[in-house]
Design a protein around this ligand. Structure first.
Ligand code: ACO
Length: 321
C-alpha cells in the first residue's frame, strides 16, 4: 500500500505588492530585499482570507484529481492564521466545497504546516482508516504582520495550496519524518490575540510576527539537510534518484545553502519565492501545483518535500509522484 498525490491546486493572494511598493511604507529597497531573500514581489489577500483561498485551492485540486468533493473522507489543513479560534479552517473549507462525507481539522506547525498535515493524512491512509484526503497549506500572514517592522514585513505573502491524496493498493514510496525543538519556541513567534482576560483585567493584545532571522537561518540550513539525509538513509535511496527537492520557500539563500550542503545542483531545487515571498504553510503546495500544471512532474519521479518554521518545527517527506 502507498499514498499518492492525485491532484493539486493553488490560490495565491489577489493583490501584487512589489518591493518598490513596500519601500513606500518602510525604509527598505528592492536591492536589499532581493539580494538577501530572492523576493521581488508577493501577493496579499484582500478578499478571500485563509479559508477562502484554501477552498479555492481545494476546488482546483479536486478538479485536477478528477474527484468529487463528496468522495473525500478527510480534510487536514496546515495553518497558523485561521480566521477563527474555532471552528477550524478545514471545517470552513468542507462547507464551501461540499465535502459532506469528510471530517476536517487543522494542524498548527507554522511554515512546516503542509508537511505536518500531509504526514497526518498519510498516517490515516496507512492505518486503513481513510482512502481519499484533501491536504491544504493556507496562510493569510499579512494580517499578523506589523507593517511598520521592515525586518519582517518584506518577507511574507499570502496564499493557499492543496493536494488530493489517495491510498493505493500498489507498492510505492511514501516516507516522512517530523521533528520539533520546543526549546527554541521563542525565535519565531506570533503572540496570541486572546491573551488577557476578565480576571487579569488585561485587555487582549494584538500579536505580530516576531523573528530572530539569523537563528532561523542557522536552524534551517542545519536541520533540513540532516532530515533529508535521514529519510534517504531510512529508505535506502541515493541522492541521484531524487528528481526534485521542493523546499519551503522562506529565503533563496537558505535553499542555496541546503543545496550546497547536500552537494546537489540548484536545478533540483525549484523556486517561486521571487513572486510570492514566504507564504508559510502554503509555499510547498503552491510550488507543487505550479510544477504539476507545467508538466514538470512525471509519474514515478521521486521527490522530497521539506518544511521548516516556528516551533521550531521541521520535517521532510520522500514520495513517488
Ligand atoms: N530593508 C533594509 N534594511 C533592513 C531590512 C529591510 N527590509 N531589514 C533589516 N534591515 C537592516 C537591519 O536594520 C540591520 O541594520 P543595522 O545593521 O543598521 O542594524 C541590517 O539590515 C542587518 O539586519 P539583519 O537582521 O542582521 O539582516 P540579515 O542579514 O540577517 O538578513 C534576513 C535578514 C534576510 C531575515 C536573514 O536573517 C534571513 O535570511 N533569515 C532567515 C529567516 C527567514 O527567511 N525567515 C522567513 C520566515 S521564517 C520561516 O519561514 C521558517
Amino acid at each position: 500500500m502507498t499514498t499518492k498525490i492525485i491532484g493539486t491546486g493553488s490560490c495565491p493572494g489577489d493583490r501584487v505588492v512589489t518591493n518598490d511598493d513596500l519601500a513606500q511604507i518602510v525604509e527598505t529597497s528592492d536591492e536589499w530585499i532581493s539580494t538577501r531573500t530572492g523576493i521581488r514581489e508577493r501577493r496579499l489577500t484582500t478578499v478571500l482570507g485563509t479559508a477562502g483561498m484554501a477552498a479555492e485551492a481545494a476546488r482546483k485540486a479536486c478538479q485536477n484529481a478528477g474527484i468529487d468533493p463528496e468522495e473525500l473522507d478527510l480534510i487536514v489543513m496546515g495553518t497558523s492564521t485561521p480566521e477563527y479560534c474555532f471552528p477550524n479552517g478545514a471545517c470552513q473549507v468542507q462547507a464551501e466545497i461540499g465535502a459532506v462525507n469528510a471530517v476536517g481539522f487543522d494542524v498548527s506547525a507554522a511554515c512546516s504546516g503542509f508537511v505536518f498535515a500531509l504526514m497526518t493524512a498519510h498516517s490515516f491512509m496507512k492505518a486503513g482508516t481513510y482512502r481519499n484526503a484533501l491536504v491544504i497549506g493556507a496562510d493569510d500572514i499579512s494580517k499578523i504582520i506589523d507593517w511598520s517592522d521592515r525586518k519582517t514585513c518584506v518577507l511574507f505573502g499570502d496564499g493557499a495550496g492543496a493536494a488530493v491524496i489517495r491510498a493505493e493498493e500498489q507498492d510505492g514510496i511514501f516516507h516522512g519524518l517530523l521533528k520539533s525543538d520546543g526549546k527554541k519556541w521563542d525565535v519565531l513567534t506570533c503572540g496570541a490575540r486572546t491573551a488577557g482576560n476578565f480576571l487579569t483585567e488585561k485587555k487582549p493584545e494584538l500579536g505580530y510576527v516576531f523573528m530572530d532571522g539569523q537563528e532561523v537561518f542557522k536552524f534551517a540550513v542545519k536541520k533540513v539537510p540532516e532530515c533529508i539525509r535521514q529519510i534517504l538513509e531510512e529508505t535506502n535511496t541515493s541522492q541521484e534518484e531524487i528528481r526534485y527537492y521542493i523546499l519551503h520557500q522562506a529565503n533563496e539563500r537558505i535553499i542555496d545553502s541546503v543545496a550546497k550542503r547536500l552537494k546537489e545542483p540548484l536545478e533540483k531545487f525549484p523556486m517561486n519565492i521571487q513572486k510570492y515571498g514566504n507564504t508559510s504553510a502554503a509555499s510547498i503546495p503552491i510550488l507543487l501545483d505550479e510544477m504539476n500544471r507545467e508538466g514538470r512532474l512525471k509519474r514515478g519521479d521521486k521527490i522530497i518535500l521539506s518544511g521548516f518554521g516556528g516551533g521550531l518545527t521541521w520535517g521532510a517527506i520522500l514520495l513517488e509522484w
